[in-house]
Ligand binder design. Sequence first.
Ligand SMILES: Cc1cc2nc3c(=O)[nH]c(=O)nc-3n(C[C@H](O)[C@H](O)[C@H](O)COP(=O)(O)OP(=O)(O)OC[C@H]3O[C@@H](n4cnc5c(N)ncnc54)[C@H](O)[C@@H]3O)c2cc1C
Length: 383
Amino acid sequence: MRYMAAKEQRIAIIGGGPGGLMLALILQKKGIRSTIYERETNDTNAQRGGSLDIHEESGQLALQEAGLLKPFRAVARYEGQDMRLYDKHGQLHINNVANVDVPGSRPEIDRGILCGLLLNALDPGCIRYGYKLVEALPLYDGKHELRFNNGHTDIVDLVVGADGAFSRIRPLLTEAVAEYTGISRVDLRIDTAEHPELAAFNSRGSMFSLGDHKSISGQLNGDGHIRVGLSFRADREWQDTSGISFDRPEKAKEQLLTYFDDWAEPLKDYIRCADGAVTSRRIYTLPIGLRWVSKPGVTLIGDAAHLAPPAGDGVNLAMRDAAELACSVDRHYDELDRAIEAYESNMYAYSSESARMSYDNFMLMLSDDAVGKVTDLLKKALK
Ligand SMILES: Cc1cc2nc3c(=O)[nH]c(=O)nc-3n(C[C@H](O)[C@H](O)[C@H](O)COP(=O)(O)OP(=O)(O)OC[C@H]3O[C@@H](n4cnc5c(N)ncnc54)[C@H](O)[C@@H]3O)c2cc1C
């Protein structure tokens, strides 16, 4: 630990997602103690999302800072960068085949495996499961009192909100809230061992099919299942008012197929062949370019700071924030206010650009002539 500092700073991180875990780990590497408080009773990262592409300039940079770039590269799926774009008639518009001999800069890894790498390197004593933050009260000198649902309280010098889209820490800094984008998504799952024909149709990475302001996408995960997403423009209440029986998967699949009546058969197979739960979620965003007036003793990283629709950057930004904040705390350990300000002004610059791009690209997928527009965009990006 930091014996040279005037005093040991008490640092709490709310949330044990990729952002919170990465922050605690890089602080640990720098000899700075912190405590993660996670509301779930164990690590649930594997159940909360599929494969993630990890970018060289952000996610991989953080992994390097954490000393995990080599183990990451050993398990990353470079072939997962394959990407196919179809229209609703099943006509292929883009077929990008990753050349694994020339590793690309955005390999894939399953969320559970990524978080497992971080957890394995982290001192187990620094993470507490089953601690849901209920309230954070500002005290004096930047200190905050944290209150948890299990009755535990703590007083800390720095509290970092790494608690995602509906952060309980964010209201200490801004009135901004996550707003519904007008797009809802239904998640399904296919076992490729039982459906090799879909594995072949999908590619070794991701497949997108677009049309009629809707999409069917498939993402091959490391364990061989395809994570299927159906996206719709829909009222906020759609999942409750659509009449779809989400609690009866076979019935729900029949009902969902009616939304894609005139789509090509292999695309409809992504619904027919799904097995297990059919779940629905709303896609939210924070205002693009959100900023706040810096306050002592509190800051945000990841989705808590700059939630944007899922377009491939969220986890990368969360990990980059973690690295930037950890380095800033290390540089200004005895002046945490300076550490927070330096981190925030840096973070606003890269995150607002990325949030704008994520929002625009996500909306493009369900726009008029989405296939034409996305084809043009991808052709430029893949040049
Ligand atoms: C469908 C979908 C697909 C996505 N695909 C991609 C992708 O391909 N690439 C990509 O980069 N990003 C993707 N994302 C986004 C990515 O998952 C997030 O940006 C990323 O997980 C953010 O990390 P985080 O650590 O900030 O927050 P989170 O991962 O949301 O973690 C927050 C943690 O805080 C905990 N928590 C919340 N409230 C409290 C509380 N009150 N007390 C204690 N703990 C609390 C939660 O349990 C959770 O563990 C996707 C998101 C979705 C929804």
